[in-house]
Ligand binder design. Structure first.
Ligand SMILES: *Cc1c(COP(=O)(O)O)cnc(C)c1O
Length: 501
């Protein structure tokens, strides 16, 4: 029996604690470990063709070529690769991924990048233009998310949502240590919060307390209250969450934090550049930003619905005092007096320039129009999904639509959709699939095509209940087996594969 079927068929029924203990002792037995390693190698080999599609048709390099290649050859090669890869995202088959993608917008950002390609904001004396762009990106984002002349909202530009969240967590950790003497910090997040919070807890030695989502996939306020201890430094909510597009009860969560003197982070990586416009368009948007007194930090991704090039996000704080806990300074280093606001030292100033250029050329009217189109397309898709028997939409999302099934294997529906070119996100706990609607899906015919294909997928899975193959067993395994260590090992092997020439 293969590891895959063994894991899914046999272990799914056993008590997770027994399995965890068994896993540890099993792996200590050399023969078992060797067998497991063999099975990993087999699984990885199966994944190789899809992960490494260019091994045959394109030259590869594991040493630097002796003499440099012709620039035009390299450009030609990259254009050929781009040609193969662009159709799927351009034609709207991808969940999230590329959020704007109109050629005119891309060409403009590329010109802005080219002008600024040498800029490094670490050298603020050489490129004060980049400093200006970054200050204004932060100010414009703060203004959008509830800054007033009184509440002293400030922040920094970061490389992405993950860095924004990592920084907000580190900042609150250092704040709590300094102002409350907490040396064994704990952080509470809803189970639906982004993986970046787990990463932050791991990196910064913080105990992570995960609270299962309540009704409708939203954070459970009472359970959060019960999880608070003397060592809690902060908790968090999403507006909306990545998996289900559900906006947590930010008002209640942040008020709880305020009462207890804790930090509270709103993860508006997805919603920061959608919800403010949705509110102006008349959609019912619950409070999530700095207008709520208990919110102490917010992350908002400019490289998602801000329509900037990949590589920028904004983290905001209530008060410059809090932001100081994010900054790094070195006063004793022989290299001179050194300071950097975020994790990186040198940074790509051109990406900040492109972000600034996106914000000021799209403008409020452009963002409102884009948001209206996205929300109207999402409404059409939601209606279509709701009408398909056997499917059920999770929560009450605005534009990230996740669906599950009580009667069919949803991962087999996902497999069928992949055969029709769709690149959707497989979710687990609970098993589901989602589509994050972007401007790509607002093109004529895309929503219709999605609903037609999804209906065909459900019909197919319903009438072929015993079909084998595809990715469904792998998703199924990740969703059901309690062997976290093994799944984690497998993911590490997969990353090793990605780095193989
Ligand atoms: C995308 C996302 C993040 C992480 O952002 P990256 O830019 O991928 O690092 C965090 N939270 C939510 C809700 C997101 O959607």
């Amino acid at each position: 029996m293969s590891l895959k079927s063994f894991l899914t068929k046999q272990l799914g029924r056993v008590d997770p604690r027994v399995i965890a203990a068994a896993e540890r002792s099993l792996k200590a037995i050399p023969l078992v470990d060797a067998k497991v390693q063999q099975e990993y190698a087999k699984l990885i080999a199966e994944m190789e063709p899809a992960a490494k599609p260019y091994q045959r048709d394109f030259p590869s390099f594991s040493v630097i070529p002796k003499t440099g290649r012709a620039r035009e050859d390299v450009i030609g090669e990259m254009e050929a690769l781009h040609e193969r890869e662009q159709a799927r995202w351009r034609e709207g088959f991808v969940s999230g991924g590329v959020y704007h993608g109109d050629q005119g917008h891309i060409d403009f950002l590329n010109r802005v990048y080219a002008i600024n390609s040498q800029s490094n904001p670490l050298h603020s004396d050489l490129w004060p233009s980049t400093t200006k762009f970054e200050a204004e990106i932060v100010a414009m984002t703060a203004n959008l998310l509830g800054a007033t002349p009184e509440n002293d909202i400030c922040g920094t530009v970061t490389s992405g949502g993950t860095e924004s969240i990592l920084l907000a967590v580190k900042t609150h950790r250092d704040w709590a240590r300094d102002t409350k003497g907490i040396t064994s910090p704990e952080m509470i997040v809803p189970a639906t919060a982004h993986a970046a919070f787990h990463k932050a807890a791991q990196y910064f030695n913080i105990k992570l307390v995960r609270v299962p989502a309540g009704a409708n996939c939203a954070a459970d306020v009472d359970a959060t209250r019960r999880a608070i201890t003397r060592n809690t430094i902060m908790h968090a909510g999403s507006a909306p969450s990545f998996p289900h597009g559900v906006i947590d009860p930010i008002r209640e969560l942040s008020e709880l934090a305020r009462e207890r003197g804790l930090g509270f982070h709103t993860d508006a990586c997805l919603g920061g550049y959608v919800l403010p416009w949705a509110e102006k368009l008349g959609y019912a948007v619950p409070g999530f930003d700095f207008r709520l007194a208990g919110v102490t930090s917010i992350s908002a991704d400019t490289h998602k619905y801000g329509y900037a090039a990949k590589g920028t996000s904004v983290v905001l704080y209530r008060g410059q005092g809090l932001r100081h806990y994010q900054y790094y300074t070195a006063t004793e280093w022989p290299g001179g007096l050194y300071f950097s606001p975020t994790f990186a030292g040198s940074r790509p100033g051109a990406l900040s320039a492109a972000c600034w250029a996106a914000l000021v050329t799209i403008g409020k009217q452009g963002y409102m129009d884009a948001t209206r189109r996205i929300l109207e397309t999402a409404a059409e898709i939601k209606k279509g999904v709701a009408e398909i028997p056997d499917l059920r939409i999770l929560g009450e999302p605005l534009w990230i639509i996740s669906f599950a099934s009580d009667t069919l294997d949803i991962y087999r529906v996902l497999d069928f959709m992949s055969k029709r070119q769709w690149n959707l996100s497989g979710l687990h706990k609970p098993s589901a699939v989602h589509l994050s609607v972007t401007l790509r899906h607002t093109q004529p015919g895309v929503a219709r095509r999605f609903i037609d294909d999804l209906r065909a997928a459900v019909d197919h899975v319903r009438s072929n209940p015993d079909e084998k193959g595809g990715m469904a067993p792998v998703y199924g395994m990740a969703a059901t087996i309690p062997l976290r260590g093994m799944v984690s090992d497998l993911l590490k092997r997969y990353m090793d594969l990605l780095y193989r020439v």
